[in-house]
Design a protein around this ligand. Structure first.
Ligand code: ATP
Ligand code: MG
Length: 428
């Protein structure tokens, strides 16, 4: 008998890795609670038309990546129905918001979810057919302030805090505004015209998108198309006065809160429902799949699926990619030297002076490795290089003059440092 294997693009998650997944989820729940979000759990499958009407017929997700099937009627009274494994969770949350009339409370709804999503993509590192997202949405009637730029910056600031608390270092916030649906309509028209002469030189997908959904051309990842894309009109030049003011307010509040960002005029995101603020948090360590999370505002989504006016903003974070990032960071931490310095006494008669120096620096808060005066200098250098970022040489001369020799391994720079300045140099 052939052995059965896990389906392509899906994975088993086993201990000890699952401990990291649990830690990330627990941190997210804790941070969301501080911002007063509550958890929502929607079904894993929904009516297919929910995604067609929200994510958009012309997006890659709906046009080629969904797991859709015709669910047979089990009784005369039932109809067969087209169902789809959810490819994302915002549509389900907004459907639930409408179905449970959550808007009637007059309050903003602040909801988060954690769960698997399904897309038939080409599996590769950081890209799977079943993957996990942690996401949150702020949605409500305009009278509750759901359109306010305050909501945008609060979400972005929360994400910066969450990534910091998770210990993700080196993230970048990419930020753009895609305007109101009217702004986008005018931009789409301009794009469509600009694409007529150049589209024939672009990839097959872009040729199709140029006619059906020109905005999607900006998502293209084909390298040869990038120089052409760089010449296309920019959305920033098509924003109406309201959208401009809204975006300016978001940026000003981020500056005031000290959240760093990078303006990226080409960031349009792969789902049709976004309006105004759109963003991604990226990480260099992920290679081609560099987006840790994506999100934005969706002021018209509720109405597009038959609900009341309910502007909102949200994001979805890829848990699989977060795990990869934290694992890579941990591996790097293990292989890079961690002590601030290694003190190498030159001769056994200097062991006591080396201990005194180590004691002083450790008490000041540094991590110090203490060498051994019986080691030859070469052996001290080898030992130091494996466990510390620098070596401090303490010989008879150094003891007399009070000037120590410090070598930094990463830069290769060797310095003479007066003992009084040693702490400041090593603490850098
Ligand atoms: P990408 O450009 O990487 O395909 P996307 O724009 O399709 O991302 P969204 O639909 O906004 O992504 O989903 C939000 C996040 O979910 C992404 O930033 C990513 O971290 C994660 N994600 C999306 N698709 C996958 C997948 N197939 N496998 C793993 N994670 C994914
Ligand atoms: Mg995608």
């Amino acid at each position: 008998m052939t052995t059965l294997k896990v389906v392509r693009g899906t994975r088993d998650l086993l201990p000890p890795e699952t401990a990291l997944w649990n830690r990330i989820e627990a941190t997210a729940r804790r941070v969301f609670a501080r911002y007063n979000f509550g958890e929502i759990r929607t079904p894993i499958f929904e009516d297919t038309s929910l995604f067609a009407r929200s994510v958009g017929e012309e997006t890659d997700i709906v046009s080629k990546e969904m797991y859709t099937w015709e669910d047979r009627a089990r009784a005369q009274s039932e109809k067969s129905q087209s169902l789809t494994l959810r490819p994302e969770n915002t549509a389900g949350v907004v459907r639930a918001y409408i179905e449970h009339k959550l808007g009637e409370s007059g309050q903003l709804q602040k909801l988060y979810y954690i769960g698997p999503q399904f897309r038939r993509e080409r599996p590769q590192k950081g890209r799977y057919r079943q993957f996990w997202q942690i996401g949150a949405e702020v949605i409500g009637p305009p009278s509750a302030g759901s359109e306010s730029p305050v909501r945008d910056t609060e979400i972005l600031e929360m994400l910066a805090t969450l990534l910091d608390e998770l210990g993700v270092s080196g993230w970048t916030l990419e930020l753009n505004s895609v305007g109101s649906s009217a702004d986008r309509e005018r931009y789409n028209q301009a794009l469509r015209e600009a694409l007529v002469p150049v589209a024939p030189r672009m990839c097959a997908d872009c040729q199709r998108r140029a006619a059906t959904n020109p905005l999607r051309v900006l998502d293209c990842k084909v390298p040869e198309d990038q120089p052409i894309i760089a010449t296309l009109p920019r959305i920033a030049d098509f924003l109406g006065e309201d959208s401009k003011l809204h975006f300016a307010a978001v940026i000003a509040a981020l500056d005031a809160a000290g959240v760093p960002y990078h303006l990226n005029p080409r960031l349009v995101r792969g789902l049709d429902y976004y309006t105004r603020t759109t963003f991604e948090f990226t990480h260099g360590g992920l290679g081609a799949q560099n987006a840790l999370l994506g999100g934005g505002r969706y002021d018209g989504l509720s109405e597009a699926i038959g609900g009341p006016k309910a502007p909102g903003i949200g994001f979805a974070m890829g848990l699989d990619r977060l795990v990869l990032t934290l694992q890579a960071q941990e591996a790097e931490r293990k292989t890079t030297p961690r002590a601030d310095a290694y003190i190498a006494p030159l001769g056994e008669n200097l062991n006591a002076a080396a201990l005194a120096l180590a004691r002083e620096l450790r008490r000041a808060g540094l991590t110090i490795e203490l060498g051994d005066g019986s080691f030859r200098l070469k052996k001290s250098f080898e030992a130091a290089g494996k466990i510390a970022r620098r070596i401090v040489i303490l010989g008879e001369d150094e003891l007399q003059s009070g000037i120590l020799t410090v070598k930094d391994f990463a830069s290769g720079v060797q310095l003479k440092v007066p003992r009084g300045e040693l702490f400041a140099i090593l603490a850098k």
